[in-house]
Design a binder for this molecule. Structure first.
Ligand code: PGA
Ligand code: ZN
Length: 444
């Protein structure tokens, strides 16, 4: 039984307001903090902001907070739901209470905060770890999978002030034997990368972006991948660490002409962009040449969220993992559209894109049933809430991204994953680190 639901306005990692929810039951008080994106997809569930320019530059979330305190909380208490057994009903009830297809009335940030805190309340009542509770919710039965972490160590796009159009360059310790070893390999590589950047560009360029990665003054993807190659070699992990790229290309897509502008950050507005504009075919050639030159088993959002034709064309003879983020927005309808168009072969899973825990689980289950990969993700605006670490183990997704091995809100997830691994090691439960099998760990 839910005894009380209290929402408050707190800060996220960018210093913007976000929603905190506390759900009180007989077992204690259970808290969640809601994340927030910068390169958000247009099809995402709606994040309610106050738009009151006199406070927090319009970014306040007091409307969402009030919707919880005055509408959602009292209604849930009245219904008498039990978080241990009724998470799906609680999520469904909030969806109906909202009544819009994209949670625009009460706010996905309000609804998600309650959903996550209820999951934690249910976990406490069941007296099991959160990953175990989420595993039961999803019906997962294969051995426990500790995911390969993808560390975003070079930040571009909307996540940093440099001229790099591509948003994320990630390192993934696929050759580690445990996540503990993988985290060490990534941290050592990250520090080598810092030294290389300091030597090449000067110590002033070792400042970091929103997700904890460096943001040196580079503009071309090859420059980024060369830096990573050098750092991995210096750390001694060539062949054991592979790369992932998320260009987040919706951010530099021009829907009028169907083209992509790699100079959207580096070339001032008003100056000629003729050199930096690429057709979809030229983007495909660029990606293929990068794949040939570097070990890149994962590519996310290479094309814009509604540039379906390019996705389908590129996916046709693509062997590596092709992840839809803005394309799918963790939404089963969009996953079905992508499946019918053969547009990608993996889904990014961000709980706040869809707005409830159980809808995110449903989307992951659908993606798995299509034999797709599922890649769990943080947002660029994060909090110290480590919910997604348990979620990725609960769903057995085999890989997760939570930024660099740096910044408290990023390492909170990696630290929790190491705790989970230590717990599994000391238990009777069958488990393994996904390693090279991160795409389809259940086939291991
Ligand atoms: P966002 O970026 O959280 O700013 O949307 C993450 C991503 O694009 O994967
Ligand atoms: Zn993305």
């Amino acid at each position: 039984m839910i005894l009380d639901v209290i929402a408050s306005q707190r800060l996220d990692s960018r210093g913007n307001p976000t929603v905190q929810v506390e759900v009180r039951t007989a077992h204690g008080t259970f808290r969640s903090l809601v994340p927030s994106g910068a390169s958000t997809g247009v099809h995402e569930a709606v994040e309610l902001r106050d738009n009151d320019q006199s406070k927090y530059g319009g970014m306040g979330v007091l409307k969402a907070v009030n919707n919880i305190n005055e509408i959602i909380g009292p209604a849930l208490i009245k219904e008498g739901y039990d978080p241990q057994h009724d998470l799906k009903q609680i999520d469904g009830f909030m969806r109906e209470l909202d009544g819009t297809p994209n949670k625009a009335k009460l706010g996905a940030n309000a609804i998600l905060g309650v959903s996550m805190a209820c999951a934690r309340a249910g976990t406490a009542a069941a007296n099991i770890p959160l990953y175990e509770f989420l595993r039961r919710e999803s019906g997962e039965e294969s051995p426990y999978v500790v995911p390969v972490p993808f560390f975003n160590v070079l930040n571009g796009g909307k996540h940093s002030g440099n001229g790099m159009a591509f948003q994320e360059f990630m390192i993934a310790p696929t050759g580690a034997r445990t996540i503990e070893e993988g985290v060490r390999m990534a941290s050592e590589t990250y520090h080598c990368l810092k030294g290389i950047i300091s030597e090449k560009f000067g110590a002033i360029y070792t400042g970091i972006g929103d997700e904890g990665g460096f943001a040196p003054p580079i503009t071309q993807p090859e420059e980024a991948l060369d830096l990573l190659t050098e750092a991995v070699a210096k750390a001694g992990y060539t062949d054991k660490i592979k790369f992932g790229i998320d260009p987040a290309s919706s951010e530099f897509f021009d829907s009028k002409y169907g083209t992509y502008d790699l100079g959207f950050k580096s070339i001032p507005e008003g100056e000629s962009h003729s050199e930096s504009v690429r057709t979809p075919k030229e983007m495909m050639d660029l990606y293929n040449s990068l794949m040939e030159k570097y070990p890149i088993p994962l590519l996310e959002d290479p094309f814009a969220e509604d540039d379906w034709d390019s996705w389908t064309k590129f996916c046709a003879d693509y062997k590596e993992e092709l992840v839809g983020d803005d394309l799918l927005v963790t939404n089963v309808e969009r996953v079905r559209m992508a499946e019918s168009r053969a547009a990608c072969n993996a889904m990014l899973l961000k709980v706040n894109q869809i707005g409830t825990v159980t809808e995110a689980i449903d989307a992951a289950k659908l993606a798995k049933s299509l034999d797709w990969g599922v890649f769990v993700s943080h947002r660029s605006g994060e909090t110290t809430d480590d919910f997604i670490a348990d979620l990725t183990v609960g769903l057995g997704t085999g890989h997760i991204k939570s930024g660099a091995p740096c910044r408290g809100e990023r390492v909170a997830k990696y630290n929790r994953l190491m705790d989970i691994e230590a717990e599994l090691k000391g238990s009777w439960k069958p488990w393994f680190y996904a390693g090279e099998q991160f795409r389809k760990p259940e086939a291991f």
